[in-house]
Write a new protein. Structure first.
Length: 118
């Protein structure tokens, strides 16, 4: 599956952004989808993941209650709604796909920059 992320930008602290990740490939709906981020000088970290049906979602503690991951299998798209953004959320955000829960994310899209100003 090929992935293309979009929706990043510059926002003030407390603001919101919605990231989108468009996927190509007939088997998109069977994949577990995830969002990750990498800040300058830091390791890439997990942000959120969603199972193929959308029935199960998981979040990093740092974003729980502020970010929401969702997917529309009819549109082959996964979203990350980010609210109450903080400067420490500044990073390049990437989407990824895994064949099943617990397996490695083996397809990655290019990142989209999110910058939160204080």
């Amino acid at each position: 599956v090929q992935l293309q992320a979009s929706g990043g930008g510059l926002v003030q602290a407390g603001g919101s952004l919605r990231l989108s990740c468009a996927a190509s490939g007939r088997t998109f709906s069977s994949y577990v989808m995830g969002w990750f981020r990498q800040a300058p000088g830091k390791e890439r970290e997990f942000v959120a993941t969603i199972t193929w049906s959308g029935g199960n979602t998981y979040y990093a503690d740092s974003v729980k209650g502020r970010f929401t991951i969702s997917r529309d299998n009819a549109k082959n798209t996964v979203y990350l709604q980010m609210n109450s953004l903080k400067p420490e959320d500044t990073a390049v955000y990437s989407c990824a796909a895994a064949p099943a829960l617990g397996t490695n994310f083996d397809s990655w899209g290019q990142g989209t920059q999110v910058t939160v100003s204080s």
